[in-house]
Design a protein around this ligand. Structure first.
Ligand code: LHQ
Length: 254
């Protein structure tokens, strides 16, 4: 239900149920989790792209797989939890290449990424309320932080489509990309991110996350520990040397 390929230092994960707008099945949840794990374990990979095959990014849970008898709490805990936690704890940068509509848990998946490159024909839909459910998979955790409570409430309670342009105004989109430049620009962005000091990126992500739930003095301890680790990397040594030699650094991700 997904495609996986690597090119240079980038792992490409494609959600691959195009005739169902890449709606999630349990199998797809598991395959995404495994693919992220696989990319994380491969030292040669320094950026991960998640995108959708066909016209959609992801329409959320496949609604033909769940009924009103299904315990949705268990579905979240068992099917989605491991996938979302894998993404949230991933030390490598994850780029959501939002090629088309991202609805329900597909919207949540987009929010869990570090960047959202948004096609001009894409849209976001917090669809849950339209079927009597609440946003899940960390959706409100991310959304309130990204766009503030007022807009998060608006999107979640009204359940209306947000266009790519509106997403950019709200701060949801890293950038909006014209359709005729889509593949080239997404690749160029992914390659750029992959050329950065990968260990520092992982530590920056951890620090941002820690900042939300630690008192300041404890946050400073996390920061000092992160900087200790960053200071031991080859990329730090290269960064300083390149600066002093007035040349561009060649980071290796170690
Ligand atoms: C679909 C779906 C879909 C199945 C389109 N399922 N077939 C929920 C429960 C359990 C626990 C965990 O948490 C969750 C998380 C969730 O994600 S709940 C929210 C689930 N998602 C939705 O409610 C969104 C439903 N879909 C839509 O609102 C629309 O399809 C969107 C806005 C995504 C796209 O609209 P259109 O571009 O007009 O396409 P379409 O509606 O014509 O869909 C094309 C086909 O895909 C169609 O099948 P068909 O056989 O008629 O061609 C749809 O039935 C199918 N499809 N989403 N979630």
């Amino acid at each position: 239900t997904i495609t996986y390929r690597t090119e240079n230092a980038v792992a490409w994960i494609g959600l691959n149920r195009p005739d169902k707008l890449n709606a999630f099945t349990r199998q797809m949840n598991e395959e995404i989790e495994q693919a992220i794990k696989h990319a994380e374990e491969n030292d040669a990979i320094r950026a991960i792209v998640i995108t959708g095959e066909g016209r959609a990014f992801c329409a959320g849970q496949d609604l033909t797989e769940v009924s009103d008898q299904t315990n949705l709490g268990d579905v979240l805990r068992d099917n989605y939890g491991p996938m979302i936690k894998e993404i949230a704890s991933c030390e490598k940068p994850i780029i959501g290449a939002i090629n088309g509509v991202a609805a329900g848990a597909g919207f949540s998946l987009a929010l869990a990424c570090d960047f959202r490159l948004v096609s001009e024909k894409a849209s976001f839909l917090n669809a849950f309320v339209n079927i009597g459910l609440i946003p899940d998979c960390g959706n409100l955790y991310y959304l309130t932080r990204m766009i503030g409570q007022a807009k998060a409430i608006e999107l979640s309670l009204l359940g209306e489509k947000v266009s790519a342009q509106e997403a950019e105004r709200l701060g949801l989109a890293t950038r909006v990309i014209a359709m005729d430049e889509w593949e080239e620009q997404v690749s160029a962005f992914a390659e750029k991110v992959a050329s950065k000091p990968t260990k520092a990126i992982g530590l920056i992500k951890q620090s941002i996350e820690a900042s939300y739930h630690l008192p300041f003095d404890q946050y400073l301890k996390v920061e000092a520990e992160g900087q200790r680790i960053a200071g031991l990397t080859k990329d730090y040594a290269e960064g300083v040397t390149a600066y002093l030699e007035k040349r561009k650094p060649q980071f290796v991700g170690q």
